[in-house]
Write a protein that binds this ligand. Sequence first.
Ligand SMILES: [Zn+2]
Length: 538
Amino acid sequence: MASTFLASDVTPVNGWKLENCKWGTLPVTYYEDSSLSTADTPSVGLAALAWNDVPSLLTITQVSSQSNNNDIVVSSINDASKSWDGQTVYSCSPSGFVTPVSITLNDYQLNLEINVNQLAAGYQDLAMSVAGHEMGHAFGLDHSQVQQSLMWYSSTRWFNYRIFVPVVDDVRALAGVYGWAQDTSFSAEVYPPNSAPCSSLPCYPPYYLTIPSPSPTFTETFVQSALPSSHLALMFAYVTPITLHRFHMGWEKYSNDPTDTLNRYATLELDDDGAKFVSVTNGGATTTIQTFVGSNQISASSSYFLELLVECCSELKATAFAFMGSPFTSNGGEVYLGNFDSGSGIIDGWTSANYFDTSVWTGSSDPASNYQVNEFWNFQSGPKQPPPSPGGGGGGGSVAQGTEILTPNGNIAVQNLNVGDTVISIDPFTQQSYHSTIRRINIVTVDNMLIFHTATGLPLRVDINPRLRFNAIHNGLAGLWSTVLLVPGDSLYQSGYGWTTITRVDRIYGGLHTYYDLHLDPLHDYIANGYADCPCKT
Ligand SMILES: [Zn+2]
């Protein structure tokens, strides 16, 4: 297998975008309102610590008394009528955020999401993901287009990928606003084993690599542990070298000796001659990808943030960024080192990878590292089974790509519609039709599908989402019903026909399916594949 890092493979740097508002005075302070629930309090604290671990100039500190100077106030509600699990409300003046920015966690939805995903535990982990996400908004970050990021809009970031701390895309976003900083020193007490966020799910606490002096050939820290049979395993590291030689992290097979390249499964190495991704399959074939040699060497005075993703069990992906920030200043930039995608079906080492480790060369024969990698952070994540997804984003009926939407110009496939377009909508109970304007379109990719077949029309494809509701007749009662409750014998409203009987309902778990949430003004059912689809969720 031969592959190279290609510039065209680069994850878009605009994987995130900015809200165009920022804090002028640092650190940012937050106050825990008396309404903040006992369940949410530790998650909020951990979320703040996690953002403090990001090597940007922004830091956040808690204050214990309420005043007009509190930058952020965090509260809880328990409200079934609100469809969101977390919300950030703020206004922005020309000089930046107006205090206070309010963050609210909705314990009702957080509990519901845990239940929908059939998890007995994990509330604190999910709440940390949501609290951290909302803090990102409160710092000025908008949603990311990268699903494996804290600023991905949906809690699928946690249900599918167990992301509850800022990862590379979020770090890039925050540093894009506030600048890179020297290592902000991870707190040793953050995320201790057996407490949130590693209490209930496959997850490893952070590992710290300290270089002893005098040192042997290499120094390392490792854990003997199989890779989880999960969607995804992820490690990342923040490295601040004085001189750098062969920083390495990843998974080994059979042995934790990082000098034995044939024992590697998937490792990412930052060396004085570039970044390498090394993969060795059981058959002994070695893949080494080197991004650059010679002219564009790793700079010893810079800092680096590396991320390695392994997607179980047939595909291997690695992405590496270097953040060549000048310590203590805000003028650092970033350099994309490269990525690698094995393609599917060639990976046979997953089950034999049984060590994860990190190391540096410290001997004197090679260019020796005399720096310390005192902050190394990683976790592995992912549920063992694809969970039902909580699905589409706040408000809006989710219809699958390819669904025809009725407009004054005839039917148009939903993926070809734009914000500002007009659609024909209808009230199925009065049969009155309207023109509505699309105000927002959310695009969601989830791993499930619900297909309604009817006596008279086309199949209608939506995501399996209890919060998605249709105007329908269920058990003889007309009203707004959760789509997951509808069964054969119930009815959907078909434009130009009337109520039509559902003859079959298919559910698909697995695969990747893209859905579109249309947000309309005024709010009426739009016509999707001929059916009245309510752009509403609870
Ligand atoms: Zn958000």
